[in-house]
Design a protein around this ligand. Structure first.
Ligand SMILES: Cc1ncc(COP(=O)(O)O)c(C=O)c1O
Length: 440
């Protein structure tokens, strides 16, 4: 199917799946199998050496998982895609694939806490240096940084960041990175392709935690890696890992076997295959169901989030609010230009008062779920500095703009007036608002 002929909302319903391949089953079947029969020994050899396309073992490929990744590929406008067992697997496999022979990844400090934790603890163990620096977000500073170093293998950032909902100018950042032949990786988890598609803004690789708003029901752990198919950055001198023969490929390299898809192919062959964080077909199926309502969910979450952000900004219980559609937003110009479908469901705010009052506020909420996930149909709330970002050092928290009183909200699909009333009564219970004041 020439997927790009269709609009986003059509693609989210039908891309990547043809019922004629499955006895006209309108809903994609769940291929609940660990392995697939070989027709004969020749078929086995062909599959093992990638001479023939097909499935042999679910850790490295399964039709239901492919339907899921093909659908996201169409929504993202990507060339190649693979679905994996979690967002962390997608991030780790991507960065290991870029820096397989060592080198540095320059990363924005505005990232999910687990990502920063992996940068501090996992990557140094395997010889990959990750430098967290705000210069990634400033094209002039990035230019200087890249001019001074010749071992940078990739730039890493989040589009709409967790927890501050910052959207940097990815067009400008990519332009500078490409001047130095460095690919740009964007974690687009918070944004989802409904409101922002990084490949259209110059990024080369997109990663997702599909656990979040992409699938949207808080019922699976999943991840994806997608690329734009522009692979000429990976020259043999700088990225020899794509040109080295692999025994399993009978002496051929990933570049020899899949010249148009060697980045993701190597990630599958080496990391998905050997580290093994495969997505289960059952979860891929739930992911496909979630994608079917992506636009409707994110549109409503965006309109609910804006109303909540405006309520919070007017509340005497709140010091500040970060949300892309507020006039106070740090990256307002970028957001106004690029977030034409809404600001998404994530916002953060600084709560006034003591830590005890913050605890009273959180403990008195009735509708918001107090937990670490985001992008769910339910509204979620969390004190990020003490939970999702608690692994960060004080310096990293400062660099990431995460003060001790930050509260993150992921807005769901409930009646927004009920959500605002719930916040209001919890502020009152915490003694942060007068008992007789009324919600906006
Ligand atoms: C922006 C972002 N990226 C990646 C991850 C990791 O994803 P997962 O939990 O699916 O491994 C998270 C998890 O919270 C996240 O918020």
């Amino acid at each position: 199917m020439a997927d790009r002929e269709y609009g986003f909302d059509t693609l989210k319903i039908l891309a990547g799946y043809d019922s004629a391949d499955n006895k006209y089953s309108v809903s994609p079947p769940i291929y609940h199998t660990a392995a697939f029969d070989f027709r004969d020994t020749e078929h086995a050899e062909n599959l093992f050496t990638y001479k023939e396309a097909g499935y042999l073992y679910t850790r490295v490929g399964n039709p239901t998982v492919t339907y899921f990744s093909e659908r996201v590929k169409a929504l993202e406008g990507a060339k190649n895609a693979v679905a994996v067992g979690s967002g962390m697997a997608a991030i780790t496999f991507t960065l290991l694939n870029l820096a397989a022979k060592g080198g540095t990844i320059l990363a924005s400090p505005y990232l999910y806490g687990g990502t920063i934790d992996s940068f501090d603890r996992l990557f140094p163990e395997v010889g990959v240096k990750i430098k967290l620096t705000r210069s990634v977000l400033d094209p002039a500073e990035l230019d200087k940084e890249l001019a001074e170093s010749d071992d940078v293998k990739g730039i890493y950032l989040e589009s709409i960041s967790n927890p501050n909902a910052y959207l940097p100018d990815i067009d400008a950042i990519s332009k500078v990175a490409h001047k130095y032949g460095v690919p740009v990786v964007v974690d687009n988890t918070v944004a989802t392709p409904y409101i922002y598609r990084p490949l259209e803004h110059g990024a080369d690789i997109v990663v997702y935690s599909a656990t979040k708003g992409l699938t949207g029901h808080g019922n699976i752990i999943a991840g994806l890696i997608l690329d734009n198919g522009k692979l000429d950055y990976y020259t043999e001198d700088k990225y020899p890992q794509f040109y080295e023969p692999i025994v399993m490929l009978k002496g051929k390299s990933p570049k020899d076997v899949f010249p148009d898809n060697f980045f993701i192919f190597r990630a599958i062959l080496v990391y998905l295959n050997l580290l093994g964080a495969a997505l289960s077909p059952n979860d891929a199926y739930l992911g496909i169901l979630g994608l079917e309502t992506l636009s409707e969910r994110v549109a409503k979450q965006s309109s609910n989030a804006l109303k909540i952000a405006e309520y919070l900004e007017s509340s005497p219980a709140v010091e500040w609010v970060r949300y892309p559609k507020l006039s106070s937003y740090k990256y307002k110009e970028v957001a106004d230009k690029h977030l034409t479908r809404g600001g998404g469901g994530l916002l953060s705010f600084g709560i006034k008062g003591s830590k005890e009052q913050e605890a009273l506020f959180l403990n008195n909420l009735k509708l918001f779920h107090y937990l670490v996930n985001l992008g769910d149909v339910r509204s979620l709330i969390v004190n990020s500095p003490d939970t999702t970002h608690s692994e960060l050092t004080d310096e990293e928290k400062e660099l990431a703009d995460i003060p001790a009183n930050l509260i993150r909200i992921s807005v769901g699909l409930e009646d927004v007036n009920d959500l605002i009333k719930d916040l209001d009564q919890a502020f009152k219970a915490a003694g942060l608002l007068d008992a007789d004041s009324s919600a906006a």
